[in-house]
Design a binder for this molecule. Structure first.
Ligand SMILES: [Zn+2]
Length: 73
C-alpha cells in the first residue's frame, strides 16, 4: 500500500496508448528535452521505465537524423 501521490502522474505515452515513440514526431520529443537539448530525467518527464527507454532511443535517432539538436555544442 505505497501509493505515492507524486507517482500518480501517469506516463504520457501510456495514457495516450502510444506503444512506440515516433522519432519523427519532433514536437513531441522536444517536450521531453531540456532547453539544452538533453533528455529529461524520469523524475521530470513522468514516464514509465519502458517509455523512458523508448523516448531516449527515439531522441538519439532523431539527433542522428538531424531532427533534434545535439546537447553538446
Ligand atoms: Zn509508459
Amino acid at each position: 500500500m505505497n501509493t505515492n501521490s507524486k507517482t500518480d502522474k501517469i506516463c504520457h505515452f501510456c495514457s495516450q496508448n502510444i506503444k512506440i515513440v515516433d522519432f519523427k514526431n519532433t514536437e513531441l520529443l522536444r517536450r521531453f528535452t531540456s532547453a539544452q537539448g538533453k533528455i529529461m530525467p524520469r523524475k521530470r518527464s513522468f514516464l514509465c521505465a519502458k517509455h523512458q527507454r523508448y523516448l531516449a532511443s527515439a531522441i538519439k535517432r532523431a539527433r542522428f537524423m538531424a531532427l533534434l539538436p545535439v546537447s553538446a555544442r
